[in-house]
Design a protein around this ligand. Structure first.
Ligand code: ADP
Ligand code: MG
Length: 141
C-alpha cells in the first residue's frame, strides 16, 4: 500500500489508522532518512493505539514502553545501536515476541534480526513534489 502525504498531519493520520487496527504482536519496521517523518508517523500510531502520553524518540534508551493504550506499545529507535548483541541486552526479543505492538525506527540497521513477520513502513521525500511531500510505502511480510 502506498500513501502520499503533503503535511505533517496527514502522516500522523496514516500512522493513526495503522495504530487503530494494529494486532497484538505486530512489529512495524520503519525506515527513512533523518527528518522524513518517522517520529510523526510513530506519534500517530501511538495515538491510534489509544496512548495519550506524549511520544518522542527514545534517544537515550533504545526502547520506550507505553502501557496506557489498547495494547502495550514498544517504541525502539535503533539509530545508535552498535550491533545485534546490544539489542539482545535491551530485551529486544522479549518485546517483539511479547504481547504488545512494536515499532522500530531505523529498522534497516537491524534488518538481520527482524522477525519473519513484520510490517515495513518506508517513508521517502520526493522534492519534485514539494518540500513537505512524503511517500509512505507499507508492506506486510
Ligand atoms: P524523523 O523521526 O524521521 O527524523 P521527524 O518525524 O522527527 O523525522 O520530523 C519530520 C519533520 O518533517 C517535522 O518537522 C515535520 O513537521 C516535517 N514535515 C513536513 N512535511 C511532512 C509530512 N508530509 N509528513 C511528516 N512530516 C513532515
Ligand atoms: Mg525520529
Amino acid at each position: 500500500m502506498i500513501i502520499e502525504t503533503n503535511n505533517e498531519r496527514e502522516t500522523y493520520e496514516a500512522g493513526f489508522s495503522l495504530g487503530e487496527t494494529a494486532a497484538r504482536g505486530e512489529v512495524f519496521a520503519l525506515t527513512g532518512d533523518l527528518g522524513v517523518g518517522k517520529t510523526v508517523f510513530t506519534q500517530g500510531l501511538a495515538a491510534g493505539l489509544g496512548i495519550e502520553e506524549p511520544v518522542s524518540s527514545p534517544t537515550f534508551t533504545i526502547v520506550q514502553v507505553y502501557e496506557g493504550g489498547r495494547l502495550p506499545f514498544y517504541h525502539f529507535d535503533v539509530y545508535r545501536i552498535g550491533d545485534a548483541e546490544e539489542m539482545e541486552e535491551v530485551g529486544y526479543e522479549d518485546y517483539i515476541y511479547g504481547g504488545g505492538v512494536s515499532l522500530i525506527e531505523w529498522a534497516d540497521l537491524i534488518a538481520d534480526i527482524l522477525p519473519k513477520h513484520h510490517t515495513k513502513v518506508r517513508i521517502e521525500k520526493n522534492l519534485e513534489n514539494g518540500f513537505d511531500y512524503r511517500r509512505i510505502e507499507i508492506c506486510r511480510y
